[in-house]
Write a protein that binds this ligand. Structure first.
Ligand code: FAD
Length: 509
């Protein structure tokens, strides 16, 4: 699997200079970015649309007006958390290295001491972090960034923002740099399935895919003429799912994306088809099965030619992909089985979305690949004045966000050197080539699970910071195994107490 390209050993720059930096978002990424930028003496303004810190960890019982999240004028709710969510990582491994996620006992305050705590505890932890390091004072709450563009004359970034609820008063300011931390779990990505109106002859031939939506998607997004536009087709990378399909529009019954799932109650006595196999899909399918009549999970990783009844459940089956949907509500799976469903629940992930960013010809989003980005953070042509924290996924997020932020802060002050623009671009091209050789779909570009520790150690080395602790890496591996072995109970039973003890000793030191 791909590994980060080695770059020249950084030559520390003797002259450190303070920059005026805009950080967009006060979730985990924005908070730790602000902390690291302040450490390097930069002047920081954090823009946050919400009225509190925590980003995706601020639970909101409201859902959006469009349950599939396709209507651009819908009422937007940032978080995708469901009420029962507990972390899927042990808290010791999950926290920032500089501020361990330990159990807090506070008089009069209810905290969650569990090793895999509920979402409210994570939100409290992030709030504690922000207060502890004096980040809160840097944040402009209820202020939405609407526009970010480079002033070609001054070479500064023009940031247009608007106070929410304050009569919509807008403000325009210039910054030396912008750090984008707006999260990537809010804009639903949908699965593709064809619909049959009369007979299966209307179906698309298996494996051929549907080419229409891709061109439609292109017209919906920014027109691109960039390295990325040129480079990807040349490399012939595999394209992933598409997200605007007639099956979705024509299937007559209820559909919802997991972004808008909060509690199982609306699924009482329903026949539910749930598409996906992520951690959320696992959680939600189990929760829904406690009230639904039947739950049919459609997973593209299932190769069985018959539905597989899920152990421990009398109303849940695993199927292959959906072959087609019929106008009478039937859902037909590739394994040959079919059900008349009341609802399709799409647990199919999210899209990167930067509606405010006008860097069209330089940074683009195509098939959920943001690029070109050196080390998933810096667009070579704009580095280091524009950066993206937290795009990587299937990782231990917080410590990686911390390292990415340290790196950006150090590069901005000139303490850490970058390779030349050409070398950064070559590194991006090399990554794309490695992904292509490994047959990795383009929308998996920022999925770095297989090499996250090499990546984090590379970042740490750039920053002159110790590599990620051995116990944290081992704990992560152990908890992944535990989740496979005990899918229903991994949050309450585990075998890695020795790593936990090492973590506690480390925190005390
Ligand atoms: P976010 O937390 O999404 O924060 C982005 C912030 O930007 C938000 O506050 C938003 O309001 C703000 N914003 C966006 N646009 C604008 C704008 N235009 N102007 C101003 N502000 C703006 N991670 C784990 O470590 N452990 C887990 O167990 C875990 N479980 C998860 C479960 C689910 C269902 C999901 C969706 C994610 C989970 N994650 C988990 C990943 C989690 O998203 C990351 O850990 C991390 O919280 C991401 O932080 P972020 O700051 O990058 O984004």
């Amino acid at each position: 699997m791909p590994t980060p390209t080695p770059t020249p050993t950084p030559t520390p720059n003797a002259t450190s200079s303070s920059r005026k930096v805009a950080v967009i978002g006060a979730g985990a990424s924005g908070l730790v970015a602000a902390r690291e930028l302040r450490r390097e003496d930069h002047q920081v303004v954090v823009f946050e649309r919400n009225n509190r810190v925590g980003g995706t960890w601020v639970y909101d019982s409201r859902t959006e007006s469009d349950p599939l999240g396709r209507d651009p004028s819908r009422s937007v709710v940032h978080t995708s958390l469901y009420d029962s969510l507990r972390t899927n990582l042990p808290r010791e491994s999950m926290g920032f290295r500089d501020y361990p996620f330990v159990v807090i006992k506070e008089e009069g305050k209810q905290r969650d001491p569990r090793r895999f705590p509920g979402h409210r505890e994570v939100c409290c932890y992030l709030s504690d972090f922000a207060h502890h390091f004096g980040i809160v004072g840097l944040i402009r709450f209820e202020t939405e960034v609407l526009r970010v563009r480079l002033n070609q004359e001054t070479k500064k970034w023009v940031v247009g923002s608007r106070r929410i609820g304050g009569g919509g008063v807008g403000e325009v300011e210039e910054f030396d740099a912008v750090v984008v931390c707006n999260g990537h779990y809010s804009e639903p990505r949908l699965a593709d399935f064809p619909i049959s109106k009369t007979s299966s002859s209307f179906m698309l031939p298996a494996g051929l895919g549907y080419t229409g939506p891709r061109s439609l998607k292109r017209s919906l997004e920014t027109p691109i003429e960039s390295f990325e536009e040129v480079c990807w087709p040349l490399l012939g990378l595999v394209s992933g799912d598409v997200d605007v399909v007639e099956g979705i529009d024509l299937w007559p019954r209820k559909q919802i994306h997991s972004h808008n799932y909060r509690v199982p109650d609306p699924f009482q006595d329903q026949v539910v088809v749930l598409i996906g196999s992520s951690a959320s899909a696992e959680d939600i399918s189990k929760e829904v099965s406690s009230v639904a009549k039947e739950v049919h999970i459609s997973s593209r990783s299932s190769t069985s030619m018959t539905p597989v009844k899920q152990p421990g459940y009398d109303n849940m089956w695993l199927h292959s992909r959906i072959e087609r949907t019929d106008e009478d509500g039937r859902v037909v799976f590739q394994d040959g089985s079919s059900v008349y469903a009341d609802v399709i629940l799409h647990c199919t992930g999210y899209k990167y979305h930067f509606p405010f960013l006008e860097a069209n010809n330089i940074v683009t989003v195509d098939d959920n690949c943001v690029g070109p980005l050196y080390q998933h953070v810096l667009p070579p042509a704009l580095a280091p004045s524009l950066s993206f924290i937290g795009l990587i996924w299937r990782v231990i997020p917080f410590p990686l966000l911390e390292l990415q932020s340290k790196w950006v802060a150090g590069v901005l002050s000139g303490r850490i050197a970058l390779p030349s623009q050409e070398d950064m671009m070559s590194s991006v091209c090399a990554l794309y080539a490695r992904l292509k050789d490994a047959g990795v779909p383009k929308h998996y570009t920022h999925h770095i699970g297989d090499y996250q520790f090499e990546y984090s150690d590379w970042l740490a080395a750039q920053c002159g910071f110790p590599a990620m602790e051995k116990w944290r890496k081992q704990m992560y591996e152990a908890s992944e195994i535990n989740r496979t072995v005990r899918p229903g109970t991994y949050r309450d039973k585990w075998d890695d107490e020795h790593w936990n003890l090492q973590a506690q000793q480390h925190f005390i030191q």
